[in-house]
Design a binder for this molecule. Structure first.
Ligand SMILES: Cc1cc2nc3c(=O)[nH]c(=O)nc-3n(C[C@H](O)[C@H](O)[C@H](O)COP(=O)(O)OP(=O)(O)OC[C@H]3O[C@@H](n4cnc5c(N)ncnc54)[C@H](O)[C@@H]3O)c2cc1C
Length: 434
């Protein structure tokens, strides 16, 4: 047949690379049990809360509808950096120096907590110590986002290195970038292995873990599940994009979707043709950004989406369009390296309209939190709720309340629909202040 030749690509596994060894079998809770605190949700936030409480001698039961790590935490690309969505400059310009800084420190605390947990439990989770590099894909993005981020970081006493187009080449051999800002104290993980490792360690420490056990209803005295119930003095719910299913913050929590791919193993010289000096965790300043980092086994992990898929109402199983987009991106940035994508999977996560987490409490003994859009934020939220329960912590309650003001309010949201309202709010959060 005549016409354009389709380039040969290796067979793609439409499955989560991190979960290639299979997913665990689970034993749902049957009957009634009692504890001091019941934690709902076995992702980064719920596991962290359970961990902090257990360290303080609190009797904890954790309920997870599927298996720990089944949600966003076990699907993620594992970049562990405070600016999963908002850079320090974004926070300081939108909230002012004191509030912005406080939230930055909150997220940085999440980074430190994840690192500490890996060390404390000796977790085997492909811990890759790598600097972060935020790159600009246009001269405008360099002026409006990268340079200001470097200036703000310097003013705030946070180290960073600014590269223009020329000086970036020895660090990142991408063809189509206009410079970047680099900083350290960040790392990458296999976040599924992390969740499973924490889950097992918590069980050894006496936390009762009930997987395959969805919380159906929160009651005055605990939580009801399909096959039993847990009586508890306090409840902490960390179900992220599923918060609304339990009637929690339905208007304030939305969801977005992104896609990840993992390449076939690359040779050392091929990796050096991407990262001439050392591997870095790279993403760009676009609203729907592309990102990549080197993971164990010499593979490259790549993330991308597009506007339509990001705000799609339904969960995609596959997206040939995004896969093509990723391949085009890699071919354009690194034409000398043949990067074959072998694994490809979608993932959805909870978000708020301003990218800051949602934190609420029904009363003194009932808490919920989510939509942090980042592993460190989720870890910090889990620890915050544990502190709130044991030490009355509350300094961020108002800042992160679901009732705070957003660029697109709930009345307009009802007219536009959630995906459009969230997309507009996100564009405002990222671009209006630049
Ligand atoms: C593809 C992808 C890539 C990402 N990459 C990064 C990254 O590189 N860096 C980064 O910082 N962040 C990243 N994120 C975002 C990050 O993964 C999330 O923000 C974070 O993991 C949220 O953690 P969580 O514990 O709040 O939610 P989750 O991990 O989603 O955990 C919530 C848990 O609650 C359970 N649950 C829901 N309803 C119930 C119920 N009724 N009863 C019991 N259990 C219930 C779910 O099954 C789930 O396990 C990514 C997300 C995705 C999807």
């Amino acid at each position: 047949m005549k016409g354009r030749r389709t380039p040969y690509h290796c067979r793609v596994n439409h499955a989560v690379y991190w979960q290639r060894g299979g997913t665990p079998s689970v034993t749902p809770l049957r009957g009634h049990t009692r504890c001091d605190v019941v934690v709902v949700g076995g992702g980064m936030a719920g596991l962290t809360c359970a961990d902090v409480l257990a360290q303080r001698g609190v009797r904890v039961a954790l309920l997870e509808q599927r298996y720990c790590g089944a949600g966003a935490s076990g699907l993620s690309s594992g970049f562990v950096t405070p600016d999963s969505e908002l850079a320090l400059h974004d926070l300081v310009t939108s909230l002012g120096e004191a509030r912005g800084r406080r939230l930055w420190d909150f997220a940085s605390g999440g980074v430190a907590r994840i690192r500490g947990t890996i060390e404390r439990f000796g977790l085997d989770c492909d811990h890759q110590v790598q600097d972060s590099l935020l790159v600009a894909r246009s001269a405008r993005a360099y002026r409006k986002a990268v340079e200001p981020e470097h200036r703000t970081r310097s003013a705030q006493g946070e180290g960073s290195t600014l590269y223009d187009r020329e000086s970036l080449r020895p660090v990142l051999a991408a063809r189509d970038v206009h410079g970047g800002v680099r900083y350290g104290d960040t790392f990458g993980i296999d976040s599924y292995a992390y969740c499973r490792g924490v889950r097992d360690a918590l069980e050894r420490c006496g936390v009762s873990i009930h997987e395959g056990t969805p919380a159906l209803r929160l009651t005055a005295g605990g939580v009801e599940t399909p096959t039993g119930s847990v009586g508890a003095d306090a409840i902490a719910v960390f179900t992220d994009r599923w918060l609304a299913a339990l009637g929690l913050a339905p208007a304030a929590v939305g969801e977005v979707q992104t896609f990840l791919a993992v390449s076939q193993p690359l040779r050392d010289d091929e990796l050096r043709a991407i990262f001439p000096a050392e591997p870095l965790m790279v993403w760009d300043t676009d609203l729907v950004y592309q990102y990549f980092r080197a993971i164990g086994g010499g593979r490259l992990l790549v993330g991308a989406s597009d506007l339509r898929e990001t705000y799609a109402r339904r969960e995609a199983r596959r997206s040939p369009r995004v896969l093509r987009r990723m391949r085009r991106y890699l071919a354009r940035q690194f034409p000398s390296v043949r990067i074959e994508l072998e694994w490809f999977w979608p993932g959805r996560l909870g978000v708020s309209k301003d990218f800051l987490p949602i934190l609420g409490r029904g009363d003194a003994r009932r808490f919920f939190a989510g939509a942090g859009a980042g592993l460190p934020w989720a870890a910090a939220l889990g620890a915050y709720v544990a502190d709130a329960m044991t030490h009355g912590r509350q300094e961020l309650d108002q800042e992160l309340s679901p009732a705070r003001r957003f660029a697109v309010g709930s009345r307009v949201q009802r007219v536009l629909g959630k995906p459009v309202a969230f997309a507009l709010s996100h564009a405002a959060a990222k671009y209006l202040r630049r």
